[in-house]
Design a protein around this ligand. Sequence first.
Ligand code: 3EB
Length: 328
Amino acid sequence: MLNVSYGSALPDEGQDSGLLGGLIFSALPPIADAPAFAHIAMARLDQDALLCESLHGNGVIRTGQLNDIHYRFNDHLLFGIVTIDETLFAGTPKQEGTPLQIATRQAYRHIFSLLHAQGFPYVLRFWNYMADINAVTDDLERYRQFNLGRQQAFAESGQAVAGNVPAACALGTASGPLTITFLAGRQPSVAIENPRQISAYDYPEQYGPRSPLFSRASVATVDQQRIFLLSGTASIVGHETRHTGDVAAQTTESLANIAAVLTEANLKTNAQCALQALDYIVYIRHAEDIAQVRQIIEQQVGPAVRAAYVQADICRADLLVEIEGSAA
Ligand code: 3EB
């Protein structure tokens, strides 16, 4: 089984806890004795607390480390964390790419070789976090540098670069190294696309020299349990950002995209997942927008919606909000 939960308390990390790992979102520095968690430098907006996203399976947990990757696994799933200090690549000749591009490429190559070696070849979902995501260095926005490195590593590692690709999110932190976490299994999952949106791997070149690489959601069956992982979802229709400067309309459009992804997932997998069945993390660019965003989500999903809100930069400079979620 897998249980994805969002809370403010830190779970027990013991071998019998079932804990695969997770992410701690906090503006404060990392917590020293929580090695199963990636630290994401983002302030929580809906509570004066940290946000802890934890993934629990069952059975004995084994742990390991390879290169920059720390990982934990049970019989069915492996969760890993990579952090890479991109300044290590500051002296690399320019034709090999920017430091962030090279760090991304190396991180992903290491992930795929670990997963191959450990026998968990199918990634359900990636979580990508980097500082200054919208800053332009070496004439290219950092998110676009990241996309270059990600595409290179997928291709070099023999991974599909279209079609059945993992779900993902990519967001900007206030500080900290490039941090990538991932959840992988032993069986393929089903990638879901959104009929309202062009697949990210088919975005035209105006969004960067290499397209992003993710599906809109993935549906997996693990140990007879259905797992639904929703990628970061924003106010994009076709390939274009909609409602520039209007956070309320962007929130409504994002929810329409989520509903479309759920409809598609239900058609493709005979799942029966509704907006109300998910737990959400809502990334908001401007902290002062939380009241507006929250009101729309509570109105459109329902007052009992389970959602946590954090401050983040979104990967396109004109996006003000992004929503991800899970049902597991
Ligand atoms: C988008 O739909 C918005 O680069 O991994 C959402 C989810 C977004 C994942 C990624 C980017 C990523 O293009 C941004």
